[in-house]
Structures are given as C-alpha cells and as structure tokens.
Design a protein around this ligand. Structure first.
Ligand SMILES: *Cc1c(COP(=O)(O)O)cnc(C)c1O
Length: 429
C-alpha cells in the first residue's frame, strides 16, 4: 500500500506533463491543480491505481473556467429566474464579444473627447418607445425602482394601492425596497379594490409620486377594481409605473400585459422594468419617461452605484436594434410546430428504445410577466426517473415532473437545440 502510494505522480510532474499542457493554457494552473489534487486523493484512498492518475485527471477536468453552465430549459416556463431568465440573441452574444475588449464606452471617437456612457442604448430605447422623452439604464429592475424612490421620494411619500404591495420572488418585497430608500409608503384602498377617491384623499403636499406596481406574478379575480394611469394623471402628481415584465410595446400574444409605450401615452411620468424578462435582453433595469425626471435620476449620486457595465449596454443595444430575440420568437411560435418537433423527437427516441411520448402541454411566461396566461405548447414525456439524470447530464436539461412523468416542454427550447436534446435524453437512459 505504502509503495503504491509512493508511485502516485506528484503535482509538479503532472502540471508539467505534455498531456496536460493544453489544459493548463486553456483553464489556467489553479483549476488543473485542483483536479490533480482531487485525483491524487482518490489514488491515496486506493480508489484508482497510480498508473491511472493522469488519465483520471484528464477525465475530470472541467470543460471551461466557469462553473455556470448552459442548461436546456424544458420546464415550460419561458422566463425562469433560476435559469437566468431570457436567453440572448446571437446578435447580443456577438455584441458581448465586441464589448469584452477595451471599447469606446465613454469616448467620442470623432472628437477624441469624453463621450456619453450608454448613449447608443438611450437612442435605441427612444426609437423603440417614442412616447418616452428620455431613458436611463441601471443594473436591474429593482435598482430602477430604488433609484426612482431615492431620487424622487426620499423623506417624502409614495402613494401605493394595497393590492399592489407585491412580493416578486425569493422573499423580495417591493414595499421593503421602497422603504429602505427613506421614502414613506402611503397605502390606499383594499386588497381587492381601490378607487380614484382613495388616491385623491391620500395625495397631498408630501406626495412625491403615485406608484403603480404591475402584479406580475399573480392574478386577482372576482370583486376587484383598480385605477388606470389615465385617471391618476388628473391628480397632478407624477405617476410611476413598475411594469417589471419589460414589454416596451404592445404584444399581440399578451394583450393584457402592460407596455411602456402605451403607459407613457396614457400619461405615466415614468415606467420602470427589467431588461431580461419579456424584452429578451441582458439583466438590466430601464427607466423611461419625462425628460426632467430622467435627468434628475441620472444626476443622483446613487445612479453611479447602480450603473450598468459595458457588456450590458452592448447586449441591450443589440437586443433592441438587432433581429427578434429568442424570448419574443418563442412567445410567437405556433403550437403546431411545437407538436411537430415533439413528435419527431419522441419517434426518434422510441426507435432507440426510449419510452418517449409526445403530448400537448401548457407553458407559461413566468419570471414576472403575464400571470395566468397559458401558452399552447408540446412536450416529450418520459418515465420520472429520467428527470435526475437529465438534470445532471451534459448539457443539463431541466424538465418538469408531474404525475410521475418527466415532461420536457419544448416551448423554451430553441428548435436548433433539438438534436442536443435528443442526444442528452439518449445519454440519460
Ligand atoms: C421582476 C420585477 C421586479 C424586479 O426586477 P429585477 O430585474 O428582477 O430586479 C420589480 N417589479 C416587478 C413588478 C417585477 O415583476
């Protein structure tokens, strides 16, 4: 035993071995060293023989330097927060590559003078949302709301309907965020109903703005009423709308989802939303609306702490100006095409001996958008035991388990990935 332990190749010798040279240059020494040490440990425990150490290191090296990995989204939830929400378009991915080096982020190449950070995104937003006089971008939707509350309402009041005191997810509550900025909340109405008079009697000299929060992840039905932006604009205080979901313009697939263009046309002073929900871009927070308000947001010291990075600017600009993003494409795909893909996959898998069945399915937008809306979809279903091996496969496939079946909904998987999916299922047998 002691002898065979002594034969385990040393770390230095392994790191210098020609077999590992490519890995060291691609992954860097620390990652390779880490893999070496874990394999040496196994050899010391007698789990593998000393002669197989190099082979085992090669087999256990990770494919990349990041632990984040691509996951196929078979959950039937288009925007899944745990899966990083919207997948980027090819144009946005290419923009990320460009922006990754040194860029003209804050440089005017014509004059050589300092340029305006994010100017191109502002212009792209203005073209997409003509009713917005100005636009500003921050880190995410919550940051957009925090900036608006801090810059416009610190020490003053935000008037908000009780039915819109929303918890977004993972314990994140909009009212807590607002109060953390030093603004006071003035709740009006009841859980199910609020009237214009409720707002009218709450608004006073201390009111900074009325906030409407889109109930983006639940539906209230029955004896309900809310007050429109058009009615609220008559109260002579700014109306800020947190739409969350990030639809910039009306979308025929989601007729009840609020959009920035329409809300601003109805008289909202400011609309905030996320970049990585229905807009289909990178994580970002957008603030669109009145020029004077946006200017005061930009000038507030907190804006510097919430500012977006060059990668986000690049990916968002490409999402706004380039070809339709995957999220929007998927939202408008036909159920017939989805069923065709499910049948084709199930037939191929069945021919290889996998008990796969094609079924109709119901997908959802998820991730803070279009609650209660069902999207006609199709799924490939398998015995439940497949779920775990798919989730731990390469690439991992996240499915939905229901009624003892592992359901891979195709709604949020691009058709060009069907072959990867087929291979992943075969490997999960
Ligand atoms: C998602 C959401 C947010 C938070 O946006 P993030 O980009 O996740 O920070 C805020 N408000 C509403 C209504 C949302 O749906």
């Amino acid at each position: 035993m002691a002898d065979s332990r002594r034969q385990i190749p040393g770390t230095g010798w392994l790191l210098d071995s020609p077999e590992l040279a490519d890995s060291v240059s691609q992954l860097g020494q620390p990652i390779v060293k880490d893999a070496i040490q874990r394999v040496q440990e196994r050899a010391r425990r007698g789990e593998i023989s000393a002669t197989h150490v190099l082979e085992a290191v090669l087999a256990t090296l990770p494919p990349t330097t990041t632990r984040l990995c691509r996951v196929l989204n078979g959950t039937g939830i288009l925007l899944h927060t745990n899966l990083g929400r919207a997948p980027l378009s090819d144009a946005a991915i290419e923009a990320l590559r460009q922006a990754a080096s040194t860029t003209d982020l804050e440089l005017d190449l014509d004059t050589g003078d300092r340029g305006v950070r994010g100017l191109a995104v502002r212009e792209a937003l203005s073209r997409t949302v003509p009713t917005a006089e100005a636009a500003h971008m921050v880190n995410n939707g919550a940051a957009a709301l925090a900036l608006a509350a801090t810059a416009l309402a610190a020490g003053r009041e935000i008037v908000l309907a009780r039915g819109e005191l929303v918890e977004i997810g993972d314990g994140f509550r909009v009212p807590d965020l607002l109060e953390s900025t030093g603004a006071r909340l003035r709740e009006v109405g009841m859980t199910n109903r609020v009237h214009l008079d409720d707002y009218r009697s709450a608004v006073g000299p201390d009111t900074a703005f009325i906030l409407k929060v889109h109930p983006s992840n639940f539906v209230v039905s029955g004896f309900t009423s809310a007050v429109s932006v058009e009615a609220l604009r008559g109260l002579d205080v700014p109306v800020v709308v947190d739409t969350g979901s990030g639809l910039l313009r009306p979308d025929s697939a989601l007729p009840h989802e609020p959009d920035a263009q329409s809300l601003l046309a109805q008289g909202a002073s400011l609309v905030t939303c996320s970049g990585d929900k229905l807009l289909g871009g990178p994580q970002a927070g957008l603030l669109l609306g009145r020029a004077d308000i946006v200017r005061s947001l930009r000038k507030h010291p907190l804006a510097r702490a919430l500012r977006a990075d060059k990668l986000t600017f690049a990916a968002l600009e490409a999402t706004l100006r380039g070809p339709e993003a995957p999220t929007s494409r998927m939202l408008h795909q036909s159920p017939e095409r989805l069923m065709h893909r499910a049948n084709r996959l199930a037939d191929d898998l069945a021919a290889a001996g996998v008990p796969a069945v094609a079924e109709t399915s119901a997908a959802a937008v998820g991730g803070g958008g279009a609650p209660g809306v069902t999207l006609s979809s199709a799924a490939v279903t398998l015995p439940e035991r497949y779920a775990k091996s798919l989730r731990t496969g390469d690439p991992p496939v996240l499915a939905h388990v229901a009624q003892s079946r592992c359901r891979i909904d195709l709604f949020a998987i691009a058709e060009r990935d069907d072959e990867i999916l087929r291979t992943a299922v075969l490997a999960a047998r």
